[in-house]
Design a protein around this ligand. Sequence first.
Ligand code: 13P
Ligand code: SF4
Length: 322
Amino acid sequence: MFTATPPRKIEDNIPDDLFSAIADLKQELNAVILAHYYQEDDIQDIADYIGDSLGLSQQAASTSADVILFAGVHFMAETAKILNPHKLVLLPDLEAGCSLADSCPPDDFAIFKAKYPDHIVISYINCTAEIKALSDIICTSSNAVKIVNQIPQDQPIIFAPDKNLGRYVIEQTGRDLVLWDGSCIVHESFSEKRIIELKIQNPEAEILAHPECETPVLRHADFIGSTTALLKYSQTSSSKQFIIATEPGIIHQMEKQTPDKLFIKAPSTTNCNCNECPYMRLNTLEKVYFALKNKTPEIIIPEETRIKAFTPIQRMLEMSKN
Ligand code: 13P
Ligand code: SF4
């Protein structure tokens, strides 16, 4: 029996040249594409700005574009929306979440916070708008130490949600932080044993690690920093080889900046691709195109939550200037 071909959905009409189709839509909408280093290479290549969480927030705070296409995960796009309530903020895939943000449910955190009434809350930006609304100051991996160092010594602090970054900040500042028990599945996947084996095979290589990694991995690092800091270090170091203990999307920029250097992905505990962030990788060039074309999926935040979440982000942006 003859069966008619079902009509093609509009989403099937993918242009042959996605790069120029995205450029046209960007111009039409006066849109800016902000991308995190963990995005796939093609998305990084069409972005107007690529950066770490602090750089992306600063760009979001200062852009004159009418539309922000955020090529990253939900909490990042949410931060852009908190800073720009009147702009259209698009996230190519709304499912692009974050295990760290998920590890801190707002109701549980409110109960935890109530146990420490004298403490202020400093939250890592990798958290939901609801957690930001329960916080006093936001920080990122690039300014966490700097921000904690600006808090008077006698002021007790809760640090949420990343216990690994929290431990690193305790070590760097000598402060006694109360930590929420959250973590990132990607940065906890690295194997200390296999990194040591890799280092033995590549004795000239420097180990660069993100502070979301666990302490046993961090203690082997030659340099610890945010993604932007790791990228800068790889450019200025005289070393020619590096073992990269963070999401390997950053290697695209490292190779572009210094093509003569060798960048090796730090291994996970199993032979999986667990060091690739499954949330970041949900975004694709096709989804970027359709988000701009259809002006959806859009980030929407209840205004009451947005207003409460705005102040601690604004404090972070101010304190980062000091
Ligand atoms: P940074 O880019 O701020 O270093 O953060 C890394 C990260 O895990 C983002 O989710
Ligand atoms: Fe979240 Fe970790 Fe992915 Fe960053 S790498 S977005 S912290 S799950």
